[in-house]
Design a binder for this molecule. Structure first.
Ligand SMILES: Cc1cc2nc3c(=O)[nH]c(=O)nc-3n(C[C@H](O)[C@H](O)[C@H](O)COP(=O)(O)OP(=O)(O)OC[C@H]3O[C@@H](n4cnc5c(N)ncnc54)[C@H](O)[C@@H]3O)c2cc1C
Ligand SMILES: NC(=O)c1ccc[n+]([C@@H]2O[C@H](COP(=O)([O-])OP(=O)(O)OC[C@H]3O[C@@H](n4cnc5c(N)ncnc54)[C@H](O)[C@@H]3O)[C@@H](O)[C@H]2O)c1
Length: 474
């Protein structure tokens, strides 16, 4: 028998975006329904951010054990128990899971339905034996791995982000197809945990970022021992569990790479399967559900947020979308998205963090720009910890207003925040140059880069003449 439910807002997908809308809406008094067909918490908690950062942390620990020499401490070879590393990863997920649980959301007053959702018509969604009639709907169904059509790939077992965090045995040789954030983060973490790793990238690794900065990350991975093949074409995959061979065409010719495991990290596809979007008049293409700048789909009662709309696919973006939807759907405010000051971080070591325009984007948009740099090797704290691989690069307009910033450094993800503020508030560099940064910290690189903008004026002939002139008056 069909169970009919009336709601103010019905959300499909309990990942980063859906959970944020549900928590906000319920606590603001809206009758809220949340439908999830899989694990509460979605990709981020179960197969994305959380397990990847936990694995990276384990890799960092192992790496440090071999890096004592520079400090006068004999390096040790870490004894890695991959099953225990996996237990650590699962333990971190378990520690965070209660925040995203059915119990917590029911406690907030949300009606949680664990089933697949699909549209019946423009104003009704069906999930199992329940029919939900809501004033507004939010599609937050996320994305899943895009699998390229490589001959033979469908005949061998391969890993994706959905399965790699279930590995309890150390892969001897992990071959990674795709040198984006997933491929590079996983490559370094696995190498540090004792695997041989080969990354195969069709174009350039980390190509969405400034090549001057990504070169530092790529060089570091290569120095640590990760093999990275760029501008190569994968022409075939063959083998069976434990013995995978990948054939590539390089500039120098054909080569076969033999490995034990294969990770496919070649981008994402929006999860719109079985939603029956057409029944609700919602339009989607290969990149995702089409939305306007208020995140409304072609059916104005239905919003779409997070990975399923393509574009910037990050947890903090899905959360940001949630806030926009709450203002539009519950308060009827015409809030619009603005991606101008959204940061993102790739959690390699060193980390790569960015906000705003890259140098190439700024040159394409503005007649004249300023580019400021400060190398980590010139930072006293970085010298003290022997972590001098890194650079901050700041882009401003002719008036010294911040257009963008990219940082490669340990903890670059933390260091980027003042630049997010500078970009979002359209601050001038004088704001950053004028603050006092604690010594010795990596944060000083931000102040030093900003101050370098004023160096030519400060130490100019004019200033020197002025100081000498004022000196004449005692
Ligand atoms: C390996 C990896 C590492 C990442 N690391 C980071 C990071 O460090 N920082 C960062 O910001 N981002 C990171 N991301 C990206 C981040 O995970 C995503 O941007 C984020 O999870 C998107 O949230 P979402 O709510 O759009 O979708 P999801 O979190 O994927 O949630 C969608 C939910 O909808 C459910 N669903 C789908 N269809 C239906 C249906 N028809 N009915 C019911 N339920 C349905 C799914 O089961 C899922 O639970 C990473 C991603 C990966 C893969
Ligand atoms: N730290 C983070 O915030 C973080 C970490 C991981 C993932 N993510 C999110 O997940 C998204 C997806 O990550 P991703 O790394 O899978 O995708 P991506 O699209 O960023 O990178 C995929 C890479 O695979 C390459 N590629 C595609 N087909 C190929 C083929 N046949 N052979 C060889 N190379 C091929 C592409 O050239 C590209 O460089 C990211 O864009 C990001 O939004 C975020």
């Amino acid at each position: 028998m069909t169970n009919k439910i009336k709601a103010d807002i019905c959300i499909i997908g309990a990942g980063s975006g859906g959970l944020s809308v549900a928590a906000g809406a319920a606590q603001m008094g809206a009758r809220t329904v949340l439908i999830e067909r899989g694990e509460m918490g979605g990709d981020c908690l179960n197969t994305g951010c959380v397990p990847s950062k936990a694995l990276i942390a384990a890799g960092a620990h192992a790496y440090m054990m071999g890096e004592g020499e520079a400090f006068g401490i004999a390096p040790v070879t870490p004894q890695i128990d991959f099953a225990k590393v996996n237990a650590h990863v699962k333990g971190v997920i378990a520690a965070i899971a209660p925040n995203d649980s059915v119990a917590r959301f029911e406690g907030l007053g949300v009606t949680v339905i664990k089933d697949h959702a699909r549209f019946k018509d423009a104003r009704t969604v069906i999930a199992g034996n329940k029919e939900i009639h809501a004033r507004r709907f939010v599609i937050a169904t996320g994305s899943h791995p895009a699998i390229p059509s490589i001959p033979g790939l469908d005949t061998v077992p391969f890993l994706t982000n959905e399965t790699i965090f279930d590995q309890t045995e150390r892969p001897d040789h992990l071959i990674v197809i795709g040198g984006g954030p997933i491929g590079m983060e996983m490559a370094q973490a696995h190498h540090r945990l004792g695997c041989k790793v080969t990354v195969i990238e069709a174009a350039k690794a980390l190509a969405k970022d400034d090549p001057e900065l990504t070169a530092l990350v790529i060089d570091r991975l290569i120095r640590e021992g990760v093999e990275i093949l760029e501008s190569v074409k994968v022409t075939g995959v063959a083998g069976a569990a434990g013995r995978i061979s990948v054939t590539v065409e390089e500039a120098s010719g054909r080569r076969v790479i033999e490995g034990s495991h294969l990770l496919v990290a070649t981008g994402r596809k929006p999860s719109v399967d079985g939603l029956d979007l057409d029944k609700a008049g919602i339009v989607a293409d290969a990149h995702g559900i089409k939305v306007d700048d208020r995140l409304r789909t072609a059916n104005k009662r239905v919003f779409a947020i997070g990975d399923v709309i393509g574009g910037m696919q990050f947890t903090h973006v899905a959360n940001y979308h949630a806030g926009i939807v709450i203002r539009n759907a519950l308060f009827r405010l015409p809030a619009k998205v603005d991606y101008g000051a959204i940061p993102y971080v790739t959690y390699t070591d060193p980390e790569l963090a960015h906000v705003g325009e890259t140098e190439a984007e700024a040159r394409a948009r503005h007649m004249k720009i300023n580019v400021l740099r400060w190398h980590l090797a010139e930072n006293d704290r970085a010298q003290a910890t022997h972590e001098t691989d890194g650079l901050i690069k700041v882009i401003t307009d002719v008036h010294g207003r911040v257009l963008g910033c990219t940082i490669v450094a340990p903890h670059a993800g933390e260091l980027i925040l003042p630049w997010v503020l500078a970009k979002s508030q359209a601050l001038k560099l004088s704001a950053m140059a004028g603050i006092v940064a604690p010594y010795p910290t990596l944060s000083e690189i931000s102040k030093r880069a900003a101050s370098s903008y004023y160096t030519p004026t400060l130490f100019s002939m004019k200033t020197r003449a002025l100081v000498r002139f004022l000196g004449l008056f005692g």
